[in-house]
Design a protein around this ligand. Structure first.
Ligand SMILES: *Cc1c(COP(=O)(O)O)cnc(C)c1O
Length: 360
């Protein structure tokens, strides 16, 4: 089997061991004589799978019984609306801190349902920094404060958790959940579309503090309420069973590898060496403030943008795939989630150095 080095931002690389397991499981899952795609979500085997996935993610993230763990659909984008519908009443003020395009989209969607106060916005420096927390213009009565711990496009990541006191903190962790340990008890809600660092597209992980599941607006469609999912083991209707199964395999895999402390160590090593290679050359650059560079998504540009196409096509030929930057900012971006190995990062750095030597 020949596998490329995949730097896709999402849907992103999955561990080869997990893919092999899926391949072996497909015709006859769990000795059922069927694939997991062909069994009822209400069957004993599938209900066990779901319970195990929840137990495993609780163990990985240290989630206490003060929180529900939900498996939803609609991606992170649906959560932009669900956050407002579940946590605010019409007319309520909600706070948003915007450090990139995803946070901006989240705030815009919430604005359809409540009063959005933008407590801080890094647009003035093109989303390359995090405004100092002491300068945030928080509302006294906000129903919640929402932020984006890792901005996938700009490569800006918080290396601290904001302090909102009694106001529930809501985090879109789509692109850095499971990359390192996090203190879940600091949050009201954490959500993440799976296709970056959790599993395949089609399933969304959501962690919500128990006291927050009852606040939804009365006219909210059932399928958009935390409550219905919390009360049904995330089986209000037919869930995305295959995506759930793969997600469970990823949790297993991460526990097997030593959990999030072990992942964090490797992820830090990968990011540190890639940023060192970028900073150590005049040929490449990254404009994000050093204190908030992302360990998961590393955007970089060439000093001469006319060489971008050549860089990308030669990288592609060398088996280094999906390095093109997001269409909104151009340049390159290497997404180096858990499943993108240190070997892949070493190969990228080697390629970058060769390319500079031949083209610099
Ligand atoms: C990818 C991404 C999204 C959008 O996710 P969908 O699952 O496609 O809706 C939202 N927020 C962040 C931080 C992301 O990385």
């Amino acid at each position: 089997m020949s596998r490329v080095y995949n730097f896709s931002a999402g849907p992103a690389a999955l561990p080869e061991e997990v893919l092999q397991k899926i391949k072996n499981d497909i015709p006859d899952w769990n000795e059922s004589g069927m694939s997991v795609m062909e069994v009822s979500h209400r069957s004993k085997d599938f209900v066990e799978l779901a319970a195990r996935a929840e137990a495993d993610v609780r163990e990985l993230l240290g989630i206490s019984d003060q929180y529900h763990v939900l498996f939803l659909q609609g991606g992170a984008t649906l959560q932009f609306a669900m956050t407002a519908l579940n946590l605010s009443a019409p007319g309520d003020t909600v706070d948003y801190v915007i450090t990139g395009s995803w946070g901006k989209k989240a705030a815009k969607e919430a604005g359809r349902f409540c009063q959005v106060n933008v407590a801080a916005d890094a647009a003035d420096r093109n989303y390359t920094y995090i405004p100092d927390e002491s300068q945030w213009q928080k509302s006294v009565n906000a129903a919640y404060l929402h932020y984006t711990p890792n901005e996938t496009i700009g490569g800006v990541e918080y290396h601290f958790v904001p302090d909102t006191g009694d106001i529930p903190l809501v985090a879109d962790m789509s692109s850095n959940i499971l990359s390192r340990p996090v203190d879940v008890s600091r949050f009201g809600v954490i959500y993440a579309g799976a296709q970056k660092n959790v599993g395949p597209a089609g399933i969304t992980l959501l962690i919500v503090r128990n006291d927050l599941i009852d606040r939804c607006r009365p006219d909210t469609p059932t399928l958009l309420t935390y409550k219905a999912f919390a009360e049904s083991g995330s089986m209000v209707n037919t869930p995305p069973t295959f995506a759930w199964y793969v997600t469970g395999l990823i949790f297993d895999y991460l526990l097997d590898k030593g959990g999030l402390t072990a992942m964090a160590e490797v992820n830090k090593r990968k990011a540190d060496k890639l940023y060192a290679a970028i900073d150590g050359s005049d040929f490449y650059s990254n404009s994000v403030s050093k204190d908030c560079r992302s360990m998961m998504n590393v955007p970089f540009i060439l000093a001469d943008a006319d060489r971008d196409a050549k860089f990308l096509s030669e990288a592609n030929e060398a088996g280094l795939k999906n390095l093109k930057g997001h269409r909104s900012i151009g340049g390159m971006r290497a997404s180096i989630y858990n499943a993108t190995s240190e070997k892949a990062v070493d190969a990228l750095i080697g390629f970058m150095q060769d390319f500079e030597r031949l083209n610099g």
